[in-house]
Design a protein around this ligand. Structure first.
Ligand code: BGC
Length: 315
């Protein structure tokens, strides 16, 4: 029988798309692909999309032997049993996703929370590699968190912790998809900046953003694009960065990590996002930043962190 190298499949479920990678034992990417999440089709559709993606990835690396599949999924994940206990952004309650996918692809499946997977990816292969204490904050459809303490992933009781997006930063504040009000996510996710930009455009017909966007077509980059040339865009960003920094300082004061890594779609803004955040965090950090500084950096694996970390789960 011909000898085949092993490979590991990592799947990252996002609100909009599902990304997949196949990695070698050395951590090199052998194949990658993605598919729409299809939340509106319910759990069967999401599962069917994952299965399609896995099959495509396997076809792309048919010289390799897949050992297993790791899945990172938003929400509270019972990682022991591979069950999505609660995921507001996917509308999932007690979905035995690992079993549903495993049954159809005939490979072992392990699961964890998407941001935990991304933190694992960054800590193993990316921006967190040189630190023993790091926090990853993902700014996407939701706000996710992965907390690494002394080189170990902190998941909390029954792996239900590290839900940093649902720390309340404004009492009786904006409604969140989770049912509460004032959550960090309601102010700092990509969805939050999109909503705020659209609202401010409607309130400011003079805004230059109208030149290329309507409230229906704005995206997470719109305000950044017009930051230097439009007061409304600058006000949106002031609001966004101020709230985001409050959440980051809370995390910094609780965990005092060496680094806070910013991931997710919004992190593509790079220094334009990270530098003003660093300033705000330094200004508010308990006891100042001389003794135990907290760096704010862009996560380096980009939108592959989650899939990478998920694959690392089955390595
Ligand atoms: C969920 C988290 C998830 C994050 C990013 C939040 O709304 O509660 O579990 O990690 O979104 O997807």
């Amino acid at each position: 029988m011909e000898f085949m190298d092993n490979c590991y499949i990592g799947i990252d479920i996002g609100g909009m798309s599902i990304k997949g990678v196949v990695i070698s034992p050395e951590g090199n990417i052998l194949a990658e692909n993605s598919v729409v999440t299809g939340v509106e089709g319910g759990k069967e559709q999401v599962c069917a999309n994952i299965v399609w993606l896995v099959n495509e990835l396997r076809k792309a690396v048919d010289d390799y032997k897949p050992i297993g599949i790791g899945i990172g999924c938003p929400g509270i994940i019972d990682s022991k049993n591979g069950v999505v206990v609660f995921a507001a952004n996917l509308n999932f309650n007690n979905v035995p996703l690992a079993h549903m996918v495993g049954e159809q692809v005939g490979l072992p499946v392990r699961m964890t929370n998407d941001a935990n997977a991304a933190a694992l990816g960054e800590a193993t292969f990316g921006a967190g590699k040189i630190y023993r204490n790091s926090v990853l904050v993902t700014l996407g459809t939701g706000v996710g968190g992965g907390i690494i303490i002394d080189d170990c992933l902190f998941e909390g009781f029954k792996s239900a912790g590290a839900e940093i997006g649902h720390m309340i930063i404004v009492k009786d504040g904006l409604p969140c998809t989770c049912g509460n009000r004032g959550c960090f996510e309601a102010y700092s996710s990509a969805s939050a900046i999109i909503k705020k930009t659209a609202e401010e455009m409607k309130a400011h017909p003079e805004s230059a953003m109208w030149k290329t966007y309507t409230p229906e077509t704005v995206n997470g980059k719109t305000a950044f694009e017009y930051w230097d040339s439009d007061q409304t865009a600058a006000d949106v960003l002031e609001w966004y960065l101020d709230h985001l920094a409050v959440g980051l300082v809370n995390l910094a004061n609780i965990f005092r990590p060496q680094v806070i890594m910013i991931g997710g779609g919004i992190s593509k803004e790079g220094d334009r996002l990270v530098n003003p955040l660093q300033k705000r965090v330094d200004a508010m950090l308990f006891a100042g930043s001389d003794y135990a500084p907290v760096k704010v950096v862009k996560a380096t694996l980009g939108n592959q962190a989650g899939a990478f970390g998920a694959a690392a789960l089955v390595m």
